[in-house]
Design a protein around this ligand. Sequence first.
Ligand code: ADP
Ligand code: SF4
Length: 698
Amino acid sequence: MPKDSTSKRDPRYDILFEPVKIGPVTAKNRFYQVPHCNGGGYRDPSAAAQMRNIKAQGGWGVIFTEQVEMHQTSEITPFIELRLWEDKDIPGLARMAEAMKTDGALAGIELAYSGVNGGNLYTKEVPMAPSHSPILTFYKDPVSARAMDKQDIRDLRRWHRNACLRAKTAGYDIIELYGAHGFGVIQHFLSPLTNQRDDEYGGSLENRARLFRELISECKDAVGDSIAISVRLSLEEIGGLENPEVRDMIEMNADLPDLWDLGHGTWEDCSGPSRFTEEGAQEPLVRGIKELTDKPVVGVGRFTSPDAMVSQIKRGVLDFIGAARPSIADPFIPRKIDEGRVEDIRECIGCNICVTGDMTMSISRCTQNPTFMEEWRKGWHPEEIDAKGETENVLIIGAGPAGLEAARAAGERGYQVALAEAGTELGGRVALECQLPGLATWGRVCDYRQHQISTMPNVEVYFDSRLSAQDVLDFGFENVAIATGSTWRRDGVARHNLLPISIDDAMAIFTPDDLMAGKLPEGGHVVLYDDDHYYMGGVLAELLVQKGLEVTLVTPANLVSEWTLNTLEQHRIQARMIELGVNIITAQAVTSVEAKGVTLACAFTGRTRTIDCDATVLVTCRLPNDDLWQALKAREDEWKGAGIKKIERIGDANAPAPIAWATYAGHRFARELDVVRGEDELSFRREVTELAPKETFR
Ligand code: ADP
Ligand code: SF4
């Protein structure tokens, strides 16, 4: 349970808890969870509904679905969102609305007609857009949308009315039409880039806004007596619907929708990672818009600080604090502010790992909140945890993100916890990585847990405590977690080179661990070989340039930091590399290291060439630091005599992965202490699509 449920709110924050009218409905406060994906969607309806219910418990005034594909002629397969194509889809969406409304929040549904952004790979319908256009999707599907004729537009309007009626049956209070991020048909009509029509729907801004006016008016006619109709727009489309024209359009239609929900630009801008975007970065684009309309204005900005939120409201920038990621990292932000527990807020670090769940069509994770999307699957509540089981104590070895989260969660359960750390500070890899260019905000992974642990009398931290197997056996804790982290390889092995490569001893070789420990090449030309493909290669290239070195980044991928396509960072990372003067060589692998240079092989033809360098940085992959685990495993027959019931390796010491995997592993370890599960039993609940009635096969 929340530690203190009596309101001790700082009066400075009272303004955040004022009710705000949205058309025919009223939000109980100014916290507006804007639509966000979660990778679950129609495949995991109960998991998604329970996730939204947690936000209801956390005190949000408005809670939205992710984008809901409102008609079968426009869908965005392979991405897994929600669907409202026929009456059959109503019960799933009704369950979600019910989950959103338990604590007095308004339930919002975002209707999306994706136009040029939907390839219809699943329904096989021909996509439709304002003008003939290739489909503009992440995958560059070789498919086009045809221009809508007048009948298509009439159909589109009818589909919207039908979707509104279904949304009403499902119990929603706000219907928001999606016209942001380049993903919604309203924006496609508004934008001179995607609308080249010469009829009354194209040309002037007034014409381009015609469909918007028709859709909003007709949705209002259909359900507007009891349901608010809002629109989500982007504040800036470079080279298209730019900010001044967005303002003109809002002024022209000032009071038509019941609310203006304003995103930044593209999704990459709107979900700007902390590496490139500060909290509140949208402000210059949204400031002044409230003066153009009497309707409430929502904006986003990775807001986690109540002071920043209050400032937005008091200065008349926004009426509602819109939040997606901050509400994922901490669904209880409103309640924590209300209860005077601001220091307990688990602040989003802006890493965009949550986005990767959608991009990989898996299910989302959050680096800061390991319970995200596990609320139903595993029954994990972000603020509640079972009291401890029959054992009493836990030793956690290693205070990186895995060990810290294990200690925090086991402490919350009431175990006696000892956290032993070889070094002199908490945080493990996070403490090191947050010193690297652009990653300072990631330090919040450690800060939050450090603070929580500091309030728990049953958690003791021991520094300078590099434990051996003998130490662990001597201490005799009932439960032991080995969270000793990982080490970057120095032998060239990763994805391209599956076996160690030849490396001449005369070459100065560095790994990310060396660089983070302050051991840097002395000067000259450095080849940084990135076969890891996440952030580390690009971040270290930036560090080396800052230190005055000439850097060539070599990668067997076609893009720098290629996996960051999934965190919406790739374009900015590659742009940053180009602007820093990093020499970029893609589709080439380092296959051997000589005394004065490296041999590169083309990733396609295998053809080789050599380039000279003075030092080589290998950003390849990591190996678990599992010596302690291996030593203990070899002495398993002594565990029982020492009073040990369980030893587990967790996080990078088990298998290296991003930080979110480590916090998840630490959390899971703590949750599962003293929990007995059947052998081979699934560790989570899942929903299986109901089979249609049996048919006879030939
Ligand atoms: P993870 O990401 O899995 O949490 P990290 O590499 O961030 O892993 O953290 C591992 C931590 O474990 C580091 O702070 C390291 O100093 C500590 N550590 C490694 N070996 C030992 C040991 N034998 N005893 C105590 N602490 C250790
Ligand atoms: Fe924030 Fe990262 Fe969590 Fe997403 S995964 S909500 S960006 S901390």
